[in-house]
Design a protein around this ligand. Sequence first.
Ligand code: PLP
Ligand code: COI
Length: 369
Amino acid sequence: MSPSLTNSPIQICPSDHPAAAEERAKRMTHLGFGHIFTDHMVVVPYKEGQGWGQGVLKSYGPIEMDPAASVLHYGQAIFEGFKAYKQPDGGIACFRPEANARRFNTSAARLAMPELPEALFLEAARALITQDQAWVPSAVGESLYMRPLMIATEAALGVRASNEYLFLLMASPSGAYFPAGVKPVTVWISDDYVRAAPGGTGFAKCAGNYAASLVAQRQAKGEGCDQVVWLDAVHRTFIEEMGGMNIFFVFQEKGETVVVTPELTGTLLPGITRDSLLQLAREQGFRAEERKISVDEWRAAVNDGRMTEAFACGTAAVITPVGHVKSRQGEWSINRGETGPVAAKLREVLLNLQHGLAPDTHGWMKKIV
Ligand code: PLP
Ligand code: COI
């Protein structure tokens, strides 16, 4: 098909071989996370001195890169994750994509990469979701996961910031992140490895953070766990976050339900789900606190009954309860390894909002179609 001629920052060049409806339906029958991709993607090139060039929406497929492209050597790569949800009126809306566009630029700045205008980030999302709207699943808990990324493409082996970059956006119909669905997970507290140190890149969503985490994630699996829990790098005492999600703890204090999440210290990712849940928890009548919490406090509070739940949260994970904790110092279970009422309530409130089943009083939903 010939490209449409517009002044849009994204030129639309539809695929000449999109999946037939039957094939698409077949691929979408068992949605897990991140292994099915839609028909299209968006690419936008950047050159120092020229800025961002013409974006193109085109058929999803491999990209060509020079073997000397600096991302392959020095790892200048950042990404984001947000979701598009089917709405009751048949439309499609994204949850807080502006917040992802902002965080993308925070990550870009930390990695000495160029910022992408927020309007371009959002326009790329609008174009791709509109083009591939048939790939947005409709069940509650399912969505179209949007994965923007930026990589350094200049062919140069000197260690310095690249002069050329590529922004890409792809989309993946998704269901539950964990293979077991929303069943509580078992976590491993890592004290052999750290994720991020002060002054490092912990607050940025850069590829290297995840590369460095994989050996710990493998160790966690070896210990029979689903996820690793990271401690602070300096004291190896305070809980920071999990492999790809933030963490919350639920306390019962003098008749009050208190949800606590580790404070943002610069070494953990400022999750958009985390920020949303702090607000939603308060609206549910819970007290919500951001503060340090140590492993000793976690274990002691579970033992004396003050802590009744723990759960992970993130775009991919939504809200996933933590049922069991393992570490070199011992093991403990929370709420007998079952989902607790606070995690269940917050999950329901969040999903209802995202799927348009509850009023969007915060203006968090961005209508696309
Ligand atoms: N922490 C890490 C390391 C992550 O990769 C993610 C996922 O994006 C989160 C936390 C949760 O962030 P968000 O709620 O913005 O998805
Ligand atoms: C997300 O929740 O969007 C994430 O990026 C987590 C993980 C898949 C890396």
